[in-house]
Design a protein around this ligand. Structure first.
Ligand SMILES: [Zn+2]
Ligand SMILES: [Zn+2]
Length: 371
């Protein structure tokens, strides 16, 4: 057992408190990763608030990046010293995983929200017992994480960890939805609702894909400025007539593709109204359970639109994260435009900045240099 500092949530909606906890070593097939940077993502906050039933107390965090320090027996793909980005958890054995779609793993809920791993196997504990510490298979709001070998993706050593960390969820989700699901044609148009980290990553991907009209929609003018820096050609402050504004921009056609990253149920119908004939809409942001959207189905049928729901960008992280890292290193994926860094100790300040929208992607610097 070793002691590590970790940010613990002990009550629903409660603050993150940095505590010293005991950590077991890696079991067969697991690695111990020194976390260098960890992004804060919406799912951390809804788990804190118990919209996802992660047993408390818990260590959250699911955008970790760091350095492999120790490998359990049988680990073959990684070695100490490897720089890694940690992705979401998946089983690797169900039909969806075997078809290359681990984002829709049949065991997603149990594996990512930490209820599948028996309490005795949770990596972290305190004097009162075990702490939920396999959130998304990683719980990266901590100095170290114990993760299954297949969830840690080796990346080049010359990329800053604070830019790598968001590749594990937010950037993978936004860029993956564009590349893998919407797959826009060069010269086509796309609308992105919600200019947070997922939306901005989608905008960056739309630029790479060759979209020539990229419309960002948000309630926050500052975020729309950042969306422009990421490559949006047009920005719209969210108002009642967004659909007609999009029709104006596209010469009354509507957009060929659209992505809703807002998590607000009333937004998706507006996106559908904004689509061109045979347009494709992707729902990425999760509204609270029970929130209903009112959709007039008849006009949709006549226009041949497609609707997709997408988890984690429909990506296989071992394939997609290295691709994103290469785009990042080449300067074509300007993640630096959306990242604001905070010291680990100021995690509550970082969370407040993420909630207020003043930080598009808040990233914690968990360590400054390798131990
Ligand atoms: Zn699976
Ligand atoms: Zn996430």
């Amino acid at each position: 057992m070793a002691y590590v500092r970790a940010a613990v949530v002990r009550e629903p909606g409660g603050p993150f408190a940095i505590e010293s906890l005991s950590m077991r070593g890696p079991e067969p097939g697991e690695v111990r990763v020194r976390i260098m940077a960890a992004g804060i993502c919406h799912a951390d906050l809804i788990a804190r608030d118990q919209m996802y039933p992660v047993p408390l107390p818990a260590v959250l965090g699911h955008e970790g990046a760091g350095i492999v320090e120790e490998c359990g027996s049988g680990v073959q793909a990684l070695a100490p010293g490897d720089h890694v980005v940690l992705g979401f958890a998946y089983c690797g054995r169900c039909a969806s995983c075997l078809q290359g779609f681990p984002g829709t793993c049949e065991h997603t809920a149990a594996l990512n929200f930490g209820s599948e791993r028996p309490a005795a196997e949770q990596p972290l504990s305190d004097s009162a017992g075990t702490i939920s510490s396999s959130f998304f298979g990683q719980s990266s709001f901590a100095e170290y994480a114990i993760v299954a070998e297949h969830l840690a993706v080796r990346v080049p050593r010359d990329i800053p960890f604070e830019l790598l960390a968001p590749l594990g969820c937010g950037v993978m989700t936004g860029a993956g939805t564009v590349f893998h699901v919407l797959d826009p044609r060069p010269g086509s148009s796309i609308a992105v609702f919600g200019a947070g980290a997922v939306g901005c990553a989608a905008i960056m991907a739309a630029v790479i894909a060759g979209c020539t009209t990229i419309i960002a929609v948000d309630v926050n003018p500052r975020r729309l400025e950042i969306a422009r820096e990421c490559g949006a050609t047009d920005v719209l402050l969210a108002t009642d007539d967004v659909a007609s504004a999009i029709r104006d921009i596209t010469g009354e056609r509507g957009v060929d593709a659209g992505l809703d990253a807002t998590g607000i149920a009333a937004v998706f119908p507006v996106l559908l109204q904004s689509l061109a004939v045979r347009g494709h809409a992707a729902l990425v942001g999760a509204p609270p359970p029970g929130d209903l959207a009112h959709i007039d189905l008849n006009p949709l049928l006549g226009r041949g639109v497609r609707i997709s729901t997408v988890l984690e960008g429909d990506a296989q992280p071992q394939v997609f994260i290295p691709e994103l890292a290469r785009l990042l290193a080449s300067g074509r994926l300007p993640v630096d435009r959306i990242v604001s860094t905070f010291p680990f100790e100021r995690i509550n300040e970082a969370v407040a900045a993420a909630c207020s929208g003043s930080a598009v992607k808040a990233v914690l610097r968990v360590a400054n240099r390798p131990a």
